[in-house]
Ligand binder design. Structure first.
Ligand code: TRP
Ligand code: SF4
Length: 326
């Protein structure tokens, strides 16, 4: 029986960190068992905000793809490719633009939110069209599912509306893809805020063990535990959030109880966590180093992925042109 197809992508942002791993990548890796997967670097999407420093995009694609491979995306099973290598995405985006009411794009929440959050007035046509390009990315592979985070759900909904509208004008070409939401653990950075490169609080996937140790040793804890004898509350402690990801039930129990009763200190608690994080990243780091020493392999993987993606995209475009009589 043919497997269902899923597709997901990320804007190339350089080296990835634990937030990316537990928020999305671990799930992408698992989905490979069940689906035909397409994973891509959304470099055109990066251009919508980074058009003033485009030179960061190419190196970021390679860094990101190396991290993907290091955590277990398998280029034999999954099609790993770069958006801008498949010009058909742009063609489909243009054709979709003909049937997309402007109001649909203006009401996508991320459009105004980005401008509010960053204080950056981004009134370009490309930025407004961002979710439409995303719809083309998804529908050109006639994907059934799109594993994404909560923040992307409005984009997937728009994609479904576009598919429905296209089909109603031109006949059934596209399935209505669904967002595949997974429960993701909270991954705080070293300062307790959400892990993010821009906050400078991230632990990278290829971070060296001594650097992981240093970062975790100075990581923020329950601020109420000022002294060793003060009891703490693990539920408000970001270190405990990491324990929930890395520790077994016994260690979790030991840490929570020891914290509340002040039987253990924060350094003891962190001391149990640190080797677990280091061990789980060791194989990732090893593979990552291998790929950075074998850059030709990355080229080959992307060439192969681009070729497979393009063949599929071209098939879809043939159906689209036929349906539209162009
Ligand atoms: N918008 C996504 C993000 O910001 C990236 C993306 C572009 C994407 N095209 C996609 C995700 C298609 C899923 C499917 O993370
Ligand atoms: Fe956090 Fe552990 Fe310290 Fe409690 S003992 S505050 S859970 S680091």
């Amino acid at each position: 029986m043919a497997k269902k197809r899923i597709l997901s992508g990320n804007r190339p942002t350089g080296r990835l960190h634990l937030g990316h791993l537990h928020g999305a990548l671990a799930n992408w890796v698992k989905l490979q068992d069940e689906y035909d997967c397409f994973y891509f670097a959304a470099d055109w999407h990066a251009l919508t905000t980074e058009f003033e420093r485009t030179e960061i995009i190419q190196p970021s694609i390679r860094e990101m793809v190396m991290d993907w491979l290091a955590v277990g995306l398998d280029p034999e099973r999954s099609v790993i490719f770069v958006q801008s290598a498949i010009k058909e995405h742009a063609e489909l985006y243009l054709l979709f633009a003909m049937v997309t009411p402007l109001g649909w794009l203006e009401r996508v929440p991320s459009y105004k939110e980005y401008q509010l959050q960053t204080g950056r007035e981004l009134s370009t046509y490309g930025f407004l069209g961002y979710p439409l390009l995303q719809a083309a990315d998804i529908l050109i592979y006639r994907a059934h599912g799109v594993p994404v985070g909560e923040d992307q759900v409005p984009h997937i909904e728009l994609c479904r509306e576009i598919a429905r509208r296209f089909n109603s004008f031109f006949g059934e070409v596209f399935p209505g893809p669904k967002a595949l939401l997974t429960r993701v653990p909270k991954v705080p950075g070293t300062d307790g805020r959400k892990m993010s490169k821009s906050y400078g609080n991230a632990i990278e996937l290829c971070e060296a063990p001594d650097s992981i140790t240093r970062k975790l040793k100075t990581m923020m804890t329950d601020p109420a535990r000022k002294r060793r004898n003060d009891p703490g509350n693990p539920e408000v402690c970001p270190v405990y959030d990491l324990h929930k990801i890395y520790s077994n039930p016994e260690v979790l129990q030991w840490s929570a109880h020891g914290c509340r009763s002040a039987e253990i200190g924060c350094l003891d608690c962190k001391g149990a966590l640190i080797p677990l994080v280091i061990q789980s990243l060791a194989p990732v780091r090893e593979k990552r180093i291998y790929f950075s020493e074998h850059p030709r392999e990355i080229d080959e993987i992307l060439e192969d992925g681009n070729r497979r993606a393009r063949a599929f995209a071209q098939e879809t475009m043939a159906l689209v042109r036929q349906a539209m009589k162009i």
